[in-house]
Write a protein that binds this ligand. Sequence first.
Ligand code: PGA
Length: 258
Amino acid sequence: MGNSNRPTVIAGNWKMYKTIEETISFILECKPLIKDSTAYAFLAVPFTAVRAAAVTAKQTPFVIGAQNVSDAAEGAFTGEISAKMLKEAGARFVIIGHSERRQIYCETDELVNKKIRRALQEMLQPIVCVGETLAQREAGKTEEILKTQLDRSLHGLTKDEMKKLILAYEPIWAIGTQKTATPEIAQQAQKFCRQVLSHTWDPDSANQVVILYGGSVKAENAKALVDQPDIDGLLVGGASLSVESFSRIVNCQQKKNL
Ligand code: PGA
């Protein structure tokens, strides 16, 4: 399965970093540096910065999104944010089921499934994260875990809905640890994820789904990762916070498509 027909997406996940002013400066500084890139540059910014980022990003290659969304449409849910609010603020995508949400805020696959449905209803593109812990990998359970997460998180989605998602394989042992998965390990896991989609839906639809790798991506290892056939882009945490490293990662693909 070559990835030539799938777009390349480099998505920055800023987590709880950057104020509105810092967000605007980042986009303005980064814009000229990525103007020749063939990749889409997604930025998942803090809620408070979504509006300003979306306005600043007009007529730039940036696509702005958020890092979480409520599963409910609206209601008495103190501290939550709805898909409709994010959409109105200018978000075009939302990260759902990041391992920090799963581990720190106890989000389950079932909740992830509801959030995906809610985001799709509001035409927000979900970036759905899956990945195993170190203990699960060492116990030889990586594929079992990935299959369970995919089956439950994507349960009941139609083929058309499934094709609208972006998937992110993020091995938990690689997030924020400087222990990047080797391109071969990531490729193997991502190929497996595509096979699961293929069995649940069909090979042609599975082949259209963009699958990102995330976990200690840096400018130095980005190209070797996206050169793998089932790695269609990257979800970048720490290295997306600096204009210099994020622009280098967005540009890493250039040579491949020339
Ligand atoms: P990292 O984070 O690049 O800092 O490892 C990735 C992520 O959490 O999405």
